[in-house]
Design a protein. Structure first.
Length: 87
């Protein structure tokens, strides 16, 4: 990133600092490294299924390791079904 204006430089540094803070909080609460947390949570995907009965958007089922991460960091896991549009 190449920022020239002072307020943009300050904002960029602040955002980087906040990201690092969130990473450290997640690591401490879960007792796992950021690499492990990121690898586990990046496996969660959302798919949209369409058929004659309508359309539904849902996330993949969480593994026990993924559920534990969400529970440890006190964040609600993603909803299994996020959209349902019957035809």
């Amino acid at each position: 990133m190449f920022h020239r204006l002072e307020h943009r430089i300050r904002a960029h540094v602040l955002l980087c600092w906040l990201a690092l803070l969130l990473i450290r909080v997640a690591e401490r609460r879960s007792g796992q490294t950021w690499r492990t947390i990121r690898r586990q949570t990046s496996r969660i995907t959302q798919v949209t299924l369409s058929g004659p009965a309508g359309t539904i958007a849902q996330t993949t089922a969480l593994t026990p390791a993924q559920k534990a991460i969400y529970q440890d960091v006190s964040i609600p896991p993603p909803a299994r079904v996020t959209a349902f549009d019957p035809t």
